[in-house]
Design a protein around this ligand. Structure first.
Ligand code: TMP
Length: 225
């Protein structure tokens, strides 16, 4: 038995980082982020987001983020899960599918392949999508933009559409939250919805027996045993 990996996704300006922190605090889970979460990952993050770096190819961007993810999983995420700690990651694999696969147009299958290589097959158990419309997200991003935030309105629309499509294709693994309210309102919804899922899957039990008993009947859910 291992801990659970819950990831928080959304477009730039969705307020997802604040929500991920509040969720981790509420659950007593480890908070971490991508790209980043390790010394190497944070260095790669700085390079990938640096608005002064010009001419970085889309494939190089995808591979730098995948390299950060590989390090993150090996150094932080997997060890925590193996110690039965729950992890909340502010972005994970689905960010790459949305941003590099659809936003940059590199293809969802190709990006999924390099991401799964990076994680050695590790996937999130539950994904929270903070859904906000493009004008609100753009407004919240403000004017001081990093390299990816500065990729343009069409890019960000493709990212949001990709998230919505992934969530509707796999409703058992995704929770979609309307991110248009205040921090407190959105946080309440995130926590409520995540708790509903956790209770549904008996993940709140810390004793092995009820959790194992329930999880053993979940073969079709894709949830870990
Ligand atoms: P953040 O500031 O919301 O944490 O995200 C950093 C930026 O990195 C954000 O613009 C999304 C981008 N990103 C990708 O393009 N692909 C990825 O796989 C990840 C994790 C982040």
């Amino acid at each position: 038995m291992t801990g659970y990996l819950i990831t928080v996704e959304g477009p730039d300006g969705s307020g997802k980082s604040t929500q991920a922190r509040l969720l981790a605090e509420h659950l007593g889970a480890i908070y971490t982020r991508e790209p980043g979460g390790t010394e190497l990952g944070e260095k790669l993050r700085d390079m990938v987001l640096d608005p002064n770096i010009e001419g970085l190819s889309d494939r190089a961007e995808a591979l730098m983020i995948a390299a950060a993810r590989a390090q993150h999983v090996e150094e932080v995420v997997r060890p925590a899960l193996e110690q039965e700690k729950n992890v909340v990651s502010d972005r994970f694999l689905e960010s790459s599918v949305a941003y590099q696969g659809y936003g940059r147009g590199l293809g969802s299958e190709e990006i999924l392949d390099i991401s799964m290589f990076a994680t050695q097959g590790l996937k999130a158990d539950l994904i929270v999508l903070i859904d906000v419309d493009a004008p609100l997200a753009s407004n919240r991003r403000g004017k001081n933009l990093d390299r990816i935030e500065n990729a343009g309105d069409d890019f960000h629309s493709r990212v949001m559409n990709a998230y919505r499509a992934m969530a509707s294709d796999d409703p058992e693994r995704w929770v979609v939250i309307d991110g248009s309210g205040t921090v407190a309102e959105v946080s309440r919804q995130v926590i409520d919805q995540v708790e509903v899922r956790l209770e549904k899957h008996c993940l709140l039990y810390t004793s092995p027996s009820p959790r194992d008993a329930t999880l053993s009947g979940m073969a079709g859910w894709g949830w870990k045993k």
